[in-house]
Each structure stands twice: as C-alpha cells, then as structure tokens.
Write a protein that binds this ligand. Sequence first.
Ligand SMILES: [Zn+2]
Length: 286
Amino acid sequence: MKRLTTPNHNYSDLIDLCIEGIADTQAIKPRITANKQNLLLDASVYDTKINQGEIYTYTPLIRFHDAMCIKSTKDDYEKLYTQYFVPKAKKTRVIYDAILTSAKGECPFCGGLGDPSNLDHFLPKAEFPQFSIYPLNLVPSCRDCNMGAKKVGYAKSAEEQTIHPYLDKAIFFEEQWITAHYIADSSLDEPGEFRYYVNTPSHWSAVDKQRAEKYFKDFNIANRYAKQVTSSLKSKLRSIKRELDRGVSIQEIIDDVIQPDIDGAPFVNYWEVGMSDGLIAYLNSI
Ligand SMILES: [Zn+2]
C-alpha cells in the first residue's frame, strides 16, 4: 500500500462545475443544486472518519430516510458521476484526469505493480452515492485491484476497513509490516521461492493488525509480490554468487548488493524490500 498525495480540488467548485454542465432542461439540475449543501456536509466528516479509522460507522446514505427519496437521490448522485463528471466532453474531466495521473502510473493498492486505469470509489457509489464525485473518495486503481479486492464491498466493522491511500494513519505507510522468507534452491544458480507475509509492529492495536492482514489477503499481495520478484531474482543471485566466489564477506555483499535496493525503494512495504529481507536472512544463514 502506497501513500498518495491528497487531491486538493475544491469540492464546492467541483459540484458547481458539474451543475454547470447539466442542461437547464434537465430536471436533475435543480435537484442537485438543492442538494449541494448535503453533499458538502457529508464530505465534511469523511476525512476525519477515515483518518480515525471510523468510516465503517458511516451508514450508507444516512442523511435520507424516506425510501423513495433515497432511490431518486441515489440515481441523481450516480448520474452526477457517470454523466456530468466523467465524460470527456465535460469541463470536469480535467479533474478526473488530474486525480488519475497523480498516481504517476503506480496503483497505490498493489504498491505500483499495476498502472491505474481508472478511478475507484473507495466507498462504493452503489452504497455511498453521496461521495460519487468527492475527490478524496476517488482513488486511482489498476484493473487487478479494482476488479479483485475492491469488489468485496465496504467495511461494516473497524477491522474490515481497507487502508485509505490518501487519508489513513501514517503507520500503514511509514512502518514496515510486509516482509518475506526466502526458501533457497540447493544452489545459487537456480532461484528459490519467496513467501511474503505480514509482520506488524508489536505496538500496533489489534484492529490495525487485522486491517493490515485483511488488506494483504484481499489484494492477494503474497502471490503478486512473489511473482514480481522472479523478474529480478536471477540477476540478483548471479551478483551474490560472483561476490561469494571472489571471497567477499557476507556483510559486504549485503551492504553492496542488497542494501541499495532497500535504500532505493519507493516506500517501506515495497516488494523489493521484502525480497531484500529474505535474501539478507538467507545470506546470514549460509
Ligand atoms: Zn493495483
């Protein structure tokens, strides 16, 4: 999970821009205009609740109680996204594209394995249509992450909450909690196997530990990271073997061949850091 810079587009201006793009003859226009304050009010608690790990307490469409009203409001908000925010012909498309490109081609959910192809509604718009165009609810996501893990729905308890790439607690991004074991082949000529796992710091709360585990499982990180390793492992093993043959000490090999990957990693739970952990433990054991 990679931290993304929070989008700073003014939400009120964005709603106005969407409304501007609706033809005067459309009945949805006065309804959205009338609901603008509700949208702003809902969004005002979103950031705090995510940051405090309490978004699961936010009941879908809590502000509307009448069943018919919920349905028409839900339809309006979904249309607001699909017809008045996303289309290329709309002025708002610039904002859609800016949020998408802010990920710089690296999906935050899988830590850059995939290239984000669209914006994912962090709280799904089917259940939380009031956040359908809220920039902080729109997260660039690659196809695998969007079609896989995020399909499971939304959290109904604290430990089920997906880590939020813009707003979640710093510990998920700044502390290391993904690492790997390396199970070596009998010789250094053949690549062995990496087993990635979650190893959360002991001072974390039980809920944060469960959230990390759930994220790791939902996004299939163990398999996806292990698959990524295969591309660079052979050459890494060749470098290690060459140094060993030259009589270089294990510590020097770690410092020269492996440590630079850790130092150069884009974030602390990147796949290459886990690979390096596994190789260091292996080298220290031979
Ligand atoms: Zn991804």
